[in-house]
Design a protein around this ligand. Structure first.
Ligand SMILES: O=C1O[C@H](COP(=O)(O)O)[C@@H](O)[C@H](O)[C@H]1O
Length: 259
């Protein structure tokens, strides 16, 4: 398990641009080393701002989009094309503007898709992940190069909410979520064991409404109370914040140099 590192940027716009630049570099490096890369996208305001910044960056052409696998950390279980679906938002912000291989865009199923319910859709996504995992990969999911997670004001990540059953899951890699405290109530989510299979986990939070959540999660209270505190990458766990979200961190966690 990697120790969390904290990087604080001046504001949310700069944070999105810096994170997009960091992601481009990471993908280009992975593709140079292995021929392809895999990234797990997040929904939410910060994840979408990062995708918009990536779309606006001239350096996006450095990515070999045809050799990039895209997965999702969670999805709202809504009809195909619904504006609240994370994949719909990702397409609007970035994916419609770059030459991704549709076979490598691994969206979670929609509620009007082939599965009877979120649990069945979760099982199908788990099978898709398992099929993509190599024998050396842990937890029956690929060793994602980067897995991004937006941190909610209640410390939720993906669709794992405090004190909710999903955050206690130790066996399955993907679950159907029912009765989520944030709408919509029915969702699909990677579990903490699947998240921890990633090489790098990046947690994104910007804005003063995230300050208490960030301070709580980084004070190591336990993942049931604060799911974000249980999200770790194998090689790196990186918290990407703006100053407002970092405002309640204790001085020993707030890095002296911020941009
Ligand atoms: O519902 C969700 O919320 C979180 C955080 O979103 P934010 O807008 O508060 O940053 C997001 O990470 C998750 O993917 C999404 O489904």
């Amino acid at each position: 398990m990697s120790t969390p590192q904290v990087v604080v940027h001046r504001d949310k716009e700069l944070m999105a641009q810096a994170a997009a630049a960091r992601l481009i570099t990471k993908v280009v490096d992975a593709q140079a080393a292995r021929g392809s890369a895999s990234v797990v996208l997040t929904g939410g305001r910060n994840g979408n701002a990062l995708l918009a910044a990536l779309a606006a960056s001239p350096a996006r052409d450095a990515v070999d989009w045809a050799h990039l696998d895209l997965w999702w950390g969670d999805e709202r279980f809504l009809p195909e094309g619904d504006a609240e679906r994370n994949v719909t938002q990702a397409r609007a912000e970035l994916l419609d503007a770059v030459p991704v291989d549709p076979k490598r865009v691994h969206a979670m199923a929609a509620s009007d898709g082939p599965y009877a319910d979120a649990g069945a859709a979760a099982d199908a996504y788990a099978a898709e992940l398992a099929a993509a995992a190599g024998p050396e990969d842990r937890a029956r999911v690929p060793a994602f190069d980067v897995l991004m997670l937006g941190v909610g004001p209640d410390t939720h990540v993906a669709s794992l909410f405090p004190e909710h059953p999903g955050v206690r899951e130790t066996e399955r890699t993907v679950i159907g979520v029912h009765g989520a405290p944030k709408p919509p109530p029915t969702r699909i989510s990677l579990t903490l064991p699947a998240i921890r299979a990633a090489r790098e986990v990046w947690l994104l939070a910007a804005g003063e409404d995230k300050a208490s959540a960030v301070a709580l999660a980084l004070s190591a209270p336990g993942e049931v109370q604060a799911p974000a505190s249980g999200a770790h990458g194998r090689a790196r766990t990186l918290w990407l914040l703006d100053r407002a979200a970092a405002a309640k961190l204790p001085p020993q966690l707030y890095p002296p140099a911020s941009s």
